[in-house]
Design a protein around this ligand. Structure first.
Ligand code: FAD
Ligand code: SF4
Length: 493
């Protein structure tokens, strides 16, 4: 349909869906922060798109979504067609619409992000798929021709789920293994429900099962089932193992009581919030079992400025902490976390201390009482091109704390069975693959094994994991289409 007014954006400001009121959030409401657009608002927000000849938003989206095209369908209220188009490039659109840091991806690249307010791309993407699925939309599998090929997918995180989705579309049976009893990986166990309600993952599971994807959950490969057995049973294997080796920073005093590693804190808290575990129970599945301490009325300091740090500070607010401080060693412009989440955290009452390097965690007896920090200034770029945080002499001070959460990030933790099967690693433990280009994207040194997501690129984003899972499925499909049936021995592959 012709557009009524291409200058719609001049009259209609950018508008995000309504958020849960601040008082409720501070009072422990764990619901998804952003609500849903109604049909009129979604249409109007989609109508703000200029339909640029060269859509930078699509280029900046790691999946290269057809953004202006599905915005146009949303403007015309053709949400089922829009949902089909969203899925052409994105196996997890309703999830990316919720958790992508849009301000530095699609929306950051929107032409209107120049004083007019970017189109609310993520919120419309979520609206399209939520509404279409609620109305009964399912992926069209009517033209899929079964190939008889079977592929094991290890890891039910975004990389594994995306790979399984694309394999199903190619007529290849995907069997997804995960050591946990639920799918989603960090979507389920890391990202808090105020960013992603867990029912969204359940809905995605039903869609995938409807497409023929099989899940074998509560099964750890390498422990409950051998990797050899997968290579025997399946034509190929995809590894979406994630990145879980905790970076603790080696700070003196980090073993004091009240010092918590970020992910176990978020995992256990998520289990309590969703009713999977009662409060106060030690964290299952983590070597250093601990329970989430009572935070009500306590002073919490979170060290680190990434997505994980932001989730920790905002969880602490919802747990009733009296004072929540985030200390980060560089300045705000260099924070790795999404600017939107930083703004939400600030609004919820989090205090940010930038340019603060933690030196030591201090305590009285075995209990933590604070963190000694020094102020920093940004100096010369390091090997990755990021300016180093240099300590300013004589600037030390103590941040008082009852609880300290360490959120310095994660590195891949390659299981030993990879090397035994000729799968090569990079020096930092990431799985080495052929990368996104070439005939068989994301193929490892073992010809029938592919890999993607955080295990390959290091801790990153849902959307980049989805991209690598999707592209690895292209590689696997080509391998299997070219007649490379499972060889009698892998040496012959
Ligand atoms: P994962 O999601 O880690 O999934 C890997 C899966 O493999 C897990 O379920 C694991 O159990 C399973 N597995 C591993 N080994 C085995 C085995 N041997 N056998 C069986 N199963 C196995 N990204 C964003 O884009 N936006 C955000 O807002 C955001 N917030 C985040 C908040 C936190 C707290 C964290 C930790 C990360 C966040 N991220 C965010 C990053 C994002 O979650 C990850 O980049 C993404 O989940 C990686 O996907 P993946 O599939 O590679 O790995
Ligand atoms: Fe934007 Fe993420 Fe959706 Fe791409 S997948 S359009 S980056 S919200």
């Amino acid at each position: 349909a012709p557009r009524k007014n291409v200058f719609e954006f001049l009259d209609l400001p950018r508008k995000m869906p309504a958020r849960i009121p601040l008082a409720l959030r501070r009072d422990g409401d764990w619901g998804e922060l952003y609500g849903a657009f109604n049909a009129d608002t979604a249409k109007h927000q989609a109508e703000r798109c200029l339909d640029c000849g060269n859509p930078y938003c699509s280029w900046k989206c790691p999946l290269h979504n057809y953004i202006p095209n599905w915005l146009e369908l949303a403007r015309e209220d053709r949400v089922h067609e829009a949902a089909t188009l969203c899925h052409e490039t994105n196996p997890l659109p309703e999830i990316c619409g919720r958790v992508c840091p849009q301000d530095r991806l699609c929306e950051g690249a929107c032409t209107l992000n120049d004083g007019f307010g970017a189109v609310t791309i993520g919120a419309v993407e979520k609206y399209i798929v939520d509404r279409a699925v609620a109305e009964g939309w399912t992926p069209d599998m009517s033209r899929v021709v079964p190939t008889g090929r079977r592929v094991a997918v290890v890891g039910a995180g975004p990389a594994g789920l995306s790979c399984a989705d694309r394999l199903a579309h190619a007529g290849i049976q995907a069997v997804v293994y995960d050591r946990y009893e639920q799918i989603g990986g960090l979507l389920q166990f890391g990202i808090p429900s105020f960013k992603l309600d867990k029912s969204v993952i359940q809905t995605r599971r039903e869609l995938l099962e409807g497409m023929g994807v099989e899940f074998r959950l509560g099964t750890e490969v390498g422990r409950d089932v051998g990797f050899d057995a997968l290579l025997d049973e399946f034509d190929a294997v995809f590894l979406g193992l994630g990145s879980y080796r905790y970076t603790d920073g080696g700070l003196p005093g980090q073993d004091l009581k009240g010092v918590l590693p970020a992910l176990p804190f978020l995992v256990q808290n998520g289990r309590v919030v969703t009713g999977t575990e009662p409060a106060g129970k030690p964290i299952a599945g983590w070597e250093d079992s601990l329970a989430v301490p009572e935070l009500k009325g306590r002073r919490v300091v979170v060290l680190g400025g990434g997505d994980t740090g932001m989730d920790c500070v905002r969880s602490a607010i919802r747990l009733g902490a009296a004072e929540v401080t985030c200390a980060y060693r560089r300045d705000e412009a260099n924070m790795p976390g999404s600017a939107r989440e930083v703004a939400n955290a600030r609004e919820e009452g989090v205090r940010f201390l930038f340019n603060r390097q933690p030196l030591e965690i201090i305590g009285a007896g075995d209990q933590v009482t604070g963190v000694r920090v020094a102020e920093t200034r940004l100096g010369e770029p390091d090997a990755h091109g990021r300016q180093r945080a240099e300590i300013i002499e004589g600037s030390e001070s103590v941040l008082e704390a009852d609880v300290v959460v360490i959120a310095f990030g994660f590195r891949p933790d390659a299981p030993e069975w990879l090397a035994r099967h000729g799968i090569e690693l990079e020096a930092d433990g990431r799985i080495r693959t052929s990368g996104e280009h070439g005939e068989r994207p994301y193929q490892t040194a073992h010809p029938r094994v592919f890999a993607g997501g955080d295990a390959v690129r290091g801790a990153d984003l849902v959307v980049t994991a989805a991209f690598e899972g999707r592209e690895a499925a292209v590689g696997i499909t080509r391998l299997l289409r070219n007649g490379d049936r499972k060889p009698a021995t892998d040496a012959a592959a």
